[in-house]
Design a protein around this ligand. Sequence first.
Ligand code: ZN
Length: 135
Amino acid sequence: MLFRKELIFSTNCREDLIDITSEINSAIRESTIKSGVCNIYVPHATSGVIVNENDDPNIIHDVLGVLRKLAPKGSFLHDKIDGNGDAHVKSAIVGPSESIPFENSRLLLGTWQSVMLCEFDGPKQSRKVIITLID
Ligand code: ZN
């Protein structure tokens, strides 16, 4: 069996990591599937998804800081098109999806793990996150 739901998030700044764990667990509760695998996918070329800690907010700054060093703004061929070459490269490094097991309608995340939507070219009014549950 398969369940699919699209979630929409707006982002407030150019770069951010946004904890979307509770929204994903809510989507899982809407489904009749109680256990299986949850795929979280963003259909965008300048965003991504990671699993990491959101308890210490410094981790967001640390992760974004490393990505900025790896892909400095203004240093890419694509900047001639729309000035966001760094956002595309950061998106490629992080990747567009994560797959996480769930049980009893809840993601099996570790104590310190959260699912984070990565924004690299915000602010954007509508970032789609596609949730697919497979039992
Ligand atoms: Zn672009």
